[in-house]
Design a binder for this molecule. Structure first.
Ligand SMILES: N[C@@H](CCC(=O)N[C@@H](CS)C(=O)NCC(=O)O)C(=O)O
Length: 209
């Protein structure tokens, strides 16, 4: 059994989708970020960075308990553990690695800073937000171009798609025209949403209050 420490943000949803798609039994352990539960010593012992999501696998290798944090690390661990969502072909695996990395190292942090500024800065007309907006557009356009040439990011459905999907869902309402300028991203997003395990993962955790 795996404990999932998270809340229903895009990062929490991502971990829940990975657990659902790989067929791992898990128990959601929601944390109240407003109350600072992610900074409590009990959670810092699981993730010293103090961020959700994190998983505790009590049935790790050799029956040992394994703790994993950071969405990309969680995704790779679950692929390794189950043999699912990881392309068998090395060339396709390379595609999955690089597109998942673009999401985890570029799009997600940019969007997260944009979200924090929108939430906490009264005047959102400044150059910082404008700059972040251009960067989000740049990454979305890159995914759009990739999805114009392939059905899924690594050709077949993989952990890379899971790394991107919840981010796209959470950013779309903030875009002037939603996903309209990105028809391939829209087509891909509809296909990912139609997967029952994705639907379950998106709704597995209470929303951020
Ligand atoms: N790079 C991390 C980002 C995780 C993250 O930003 N989590 C947010 C919620 S979506 C969080 O825990 N924020 C609380 C904080 O930063 O104190 C990952 O991919 O797991």
């Amino acid at each position: 059994m795996i404990d999932l420490y998270a809340i229903g943000t895009n990062n929490g949803q991502l971990a829940a989708i990975m657990l659902e798609e790989t067929g791992c039994a898990y128990t959601p352990r929601p944390l109240d970020l407003k109350k600072g539960e992610h900074r409590a010593p009990a959670f810092l012992a699981i993730n010293p960075v103090g961020k959700i999501p994190a998983i505790v696998d009590r049935d790790g290798p050799g029956g040992e308990t394994v703790t994993v944090f950071e969405t990309l690390a969680i995704a790779l661990y679950l692929c390794d553990k189950t043999g699912k969502l990881m392309p068998a072909d090395l060339a396709n695996r390379a595609l999955a690695y690089k597109w998942a990395a673009v999401a985890a190292a570029n799009l997600a942090p940019t969007m997260s800073i944009q979200f924090q500024l929108r939430r906490n800065v009264p005047d959102t007309s400044g150059p910082s937000l404008e700059y972040l907006g251009t960067q989000v557009d740049r990454y979305l356009a890159t995914f759009e171009n990739r999805l114009a040439e392939a059905e899924y990011l690594a050709g077949e459905f993989s952990f890379a798609d899971v790394q991107v999907y919840p981010i796209v869902v959470s950013v779309a309402p903030y875009l002037d025209k939603g996903l309209e300028p990105y028809p391939n991203l829209q087509r891909w997003s509809d296909a990912v949403r139609a997967r029952p395990a994705v639907e379950r993962g998106m709704n597995a955790l209470p929303p951020l209050s």
